[in-house]
Design a protein around this ligand. Structure first.
Ligand code: SDX
Length: 374
């Protein structure tokens, strides 16, 4: 008799990885052995991407070459621009990235002799262009220029495309840290999706598209947008306290809280909370931050649940002037680094991923001719 299955593969070791440690007893969250606290404080997102892809922190010259390579890969092919313009204004931007990634795969196919590293760098560089090209087109800005090589990093490039002018150093660093925190997280649902697709020997773009589709869900990456909607509903800490308690009494979920692996807090949350606090300079931002802290307090008291990375990331993005509908796409832009690293790792030692199920269906049945069926 198989032991009671918790569902959702909870607690099941589904394979090996050397890329990150999540919730391992006594171990901080680490990427390739480096603590997330060190990386968020001392590294840039491009250093972390290099670390994830090549299993080493880059030297200064390696980093400069890598940054220049990414900056040179931001251009959108004209047929991709045409497709992006055809995607309706009210589309979920996650569907824009899903479609754009697939379309790029038809224009620059892996079978075309490109290496997996080429495609990884291309996607990391061009996803911000895809997202903001579509977004600004439907804002009436026409076809914006996405190849601005004046902005060296992904964070600065993305904010420049969004703002229409260069962001300041604090804004760039805040986004850079958020991208670091979202870059990798072991066998989360979207990463595991990428590995399953990769294990069938399908192509790189199919795996990444699958990752985008999985991350879209509000139980996973979509929680940041849902958390912002929930925080933004309350006008005061008192209202937040009452509102959250009422939602909990109706068994509703408070987005941005809880985690399948972290039962005593998400190490990334405190880091991004600091950045949200640093950015809450306007009076209305201070109110929102205090409402968020009240929600955190109530969730601990009522459910002993902690905020995960999505909760204070939502506020950080909001305080950076990023529209809520672009929050989860930012998660894609960051997590593409982790997805690529896992695709590399799966390919390096591949075996088709195919678990089994506990059968709970009917016992063998005699076939009934259609004339006799009721
Ligand atoms: C991410 O896996 C990863 O690594 C993901 C991620 C990454 O970097 O890739 O960390 C990113 O996806 C973070 C999670 C973002 N999702 C949310 O914030 C959505 C809200 N959270 C929940 O849906 C939930 O906490 C999950 C999905 C994150 C985890 O769910 P589990 O492990 O399946 O836990 P569960 O749903 O079985 O909950 C256990 C109990 C239940 O109460 P009881 O029925 O036992 O009384 O906790 C309650 C749940 O109702 N609960 C919540 C809650 N989360 C759990 N109650 C209210 N609000 C919540 N957010």
């Amino acid at each position: 008799m198989t032991e009671t299955i918790k569902g959702g593969l909870e607690g099941i070791i589904a394979g090996k990885t050397s890329i990150s440690t999540v919730g391992k007893e006594g171990l901080d969250l680490t990427y390739r052995g480096y603590s997330i606290h060190d990386l968020a404080k001392k590294a840039t997102f491009e250093e972390v991407v290099f670390l994830l892809l090549y299993n080493k922190l880059p030297t200064k010259s390696q980093l400069n070459t890598f940054i220049d390579q990414l900056a040179s890969l931001r251009e959108l092919p004209s047929s991709l621009q045409s497709v992006l313009k055809l995607i309706p204004k009210e589309t979920n931007p996650m569907d824009v990235l899903r479609t754009g990634c697939s379309m790029l795969g038809t224009l620059e196919p892996e079978e075309g002799g490109r290496t997996q590293e080429d495609i990884a760098k291309r996607l990391l560089a061009v996803l911000p262009s895809m997202l903001l090209y579509w977004y600004q087109y439907h804002k009436g800005k026409g076809s914006i220029e996405t190849t601005s090589e004046s902005e060296k990093t992904i964070a600065s490039h993305l904010l420049h495309l969004l703002y229409g002018h260069p962001a300041n150093a604090d804004q760039i660093r805040a986004l850079d840290v958020a991208l670091i925190l979202h870059a990798e997280h072991e066998f989360n649902a979207s990463t595991f999706t990428c590995r399953v697709i990769t294990s069938t020997l399908s192509d790189f773009y199919s795996a990444i598209t699958g990752g985008i589709c999985a991350l879209r869900g509000p139980l996973h990456g979509g929680a940041d947008e849902a958390a912002m909607e929930q925080i933004g509903k309350f006008q005061s800490v008192e209202e937040a306290e009452q509102g959250v308690k009422a939602m909990l009494s109706k068994k509703e979920k408070i987005m941005g809280f809880g985690h399948r692996v972290y039962k005593y807090g998400d190490p990334r949350s405190d880091i991004i909370k600091e950045w949200a606090k640093n950015l809450s300079v306007k009076p209305q931002y201070k109110v929102l931050f205090s409402i968020a802290e009240k929600i955190e307090e109530v969730m601990f008291k009522e459910k002993h649940l902690y905020p995960n990375v999505d909760f204070y990331s939502a506020l950080t993005y909001h305080f950076l002037g990023i529209p809520t509908l672009l929050f989860t796409p930012l998660f894609v832009i960051s997590r593409t680094a982790g997805w690529c690293a896992h695709i590399f790792e799966q390919r390096a030692n591949n075996r088709l991923i195919r678990p089994i199920a506990e059968y709970v269906g009917p016992l063998p049945m005699p076939f009934i001719p259609i004339e006799e069926r009721t």
